[in-house]
Design a protein around this ligand. Structure first.
Ligand SMILES: Cc1ncc(COP(=O)(O)O)c(C=O)c1O
Length: 378
């Protein structure tokens, strides 16, 4: 077995770093004797909302639930179409389906984000579409002015999938703040992950926030008064306390470290056969990804060879995402539509390969990744 030079995530090193703080938090929550929807959830919601620039955050059980609840709270009714991207975690579309919506997929740009020009064409062709679910994939922010213009032109209700984009900004604007609400995930591998599942709806619309709070808790507005058919999707006190006291205080430094690693990769890139997906984007100033992932592209034929080559050297790559959502078996029998042949998204699905970029990667690990990429092209 090769040494584990660069795992895709490194929870062993993370635990060494957070252990003392995490154990203290577990002890505090245990002693409090209050485990569901208490002060710790409220305090984390406030901290997260102010970190991100919203007036409200609603903690829920996962990123998937956050999207579904945000769509429902924003007024999505069963049978309504939602324009979205075919290249994302399956959860983005699953949330639309669970909310009763009909996903409509349009193509992406070369860097994997929903193509807003294609979206405009799709909206012209299907004027009945009222909802938009863009995804700031890989931690790459979408162009906020173009997104705002599209929302205004077609009077869209937009929920932004920010599961991968906490900390990313564009023109100084955090992702998620153009639409009516954002949804995020605290899955452990996310930039702000916890030690289990969790998610949040973020919004500055108090009516939407109140509805999301009601939906996450059986649709009740007060104890035993149910006004909606809700679900059980409550963030628990333990994860809220871990997030507020252990992980959120480290997020800015973690994001900075991800940005340093991306800059190190990009400025020393040694290969023409493997290319960073964001190679031609400005990496500072107006466009500031939070580098949830470091996606590259390599020809479809060479990808399996590159995966084997990297693994042999203890470097763990990952694919995001090798199969487009409309091509998943689970979509057979589901109502959906594709606008056009989704050419760019298909190419990306075939060619994308992500390299490790977690904040516990040392400069030495990063250099080992670059050496392995250089050897591959040699
Ligand atoms: C873009 C995107 N949307 C939604 C989700 C769903 O989040 P969760 O795994 O917390 O349900 C994820 C995470 O896998 C994601 O990457």
């Amino acid at each position: 077995m090769p040494p584990n030079t660069a795992p895709f995530n490194d929870f062993a090193r993370q635990w060494e770093d957070v252990r003392a703080d995490a154990l203290r938090v577990v002890d505090e929550v245990g002693r409090s004797g209050w485990y569901i929807l208490g002060d710790r959830v409220r305090r984390f919601e406030q901290a997260l909302a102010s970190y991100w620039g919203f007036s409200e955050a609603v903690g829920v059980a996962s990123g998937l639930d956050a999207i579904e609840i945000a769509l429902r709270a924003a007024g999505l009714r069963p049978g309504e179409k939602v324009l979205t991207t075919p290249l994302s975690a399956f959860a983005s579309t699953l949330a639309i389906i669970r909310a009763g919506g009909i996903p409509v997929f349009c193509d992406t740009t070369e860097i994997g984000l929903i193509d807003l020009n294609e979206a405009r064409a799709a909206l012209r062709a299907m004027p009945e579409i009222r909802f938009l679910l863009p995804v700031h994939l890989y931690g790459f922010p979408l162009d906020s002015e173009s997104l705002r213009a599209l929302i205004g032109e077609f009077r869209l209700v937009c929920v932004e999938d920010c599961a991968q984009s906490i900390g990313a900004t564009e023109n100084g604007r955090p992702t998620g703040t153009v639409g009516i609400a954002a949804a995020t995930s605290f899955y452990p591998t996310k930039n702000l992950g916890t030690m289990g599942d969790g998610g949040a709806v973020l919004t500055s619309d108090p009516v939407l926030a109140a509805r999301a709070r009601c939906l996450r808790d059986y649709g009740q507005t007060e104890k035993y008064r149910h006004t909606e058919i809700g679900c059980n999707s409550r963030l628990d006190e333990l994860h809220a306390a871990l997030l507020r006291d252990v992980f959120l205080p480290r997020l800015a430094a973690w994001t900075e470290r991800r940005c340093d690693i991306a800059a190190r990769y990009l400025s020393n890139w040694p290969s023409a056969a493997v290319r960073p997906i964001a190679a031609n984007q400005p990496t500072s100033g107006e466009w500031r990804p939070c580098w949830h992932l470091f996606p590259t592209r390599v020809s479809h034929e060479k990808k399996p060879l590159l995966i084997t080559h990297l693994r042999r050297q203890g470097i763990q790559p990952a694919e995001h995402y090798p199969c487009l959502i409309p091509d998943q078996t689970a979509m057979s029998g589901i109502s959906y539509a594709c606008f056009g042949p989704l050419k760019q998204a298909k190419r990306l699905a075939a060619e994308e390969l992500s390299l490790p970029i977690h904040p516990y990667l040392s400069d030495g690990d990063t250099d080992a990744v670059l050496r392995a990429i250089a050897d591959f092209s040699a």
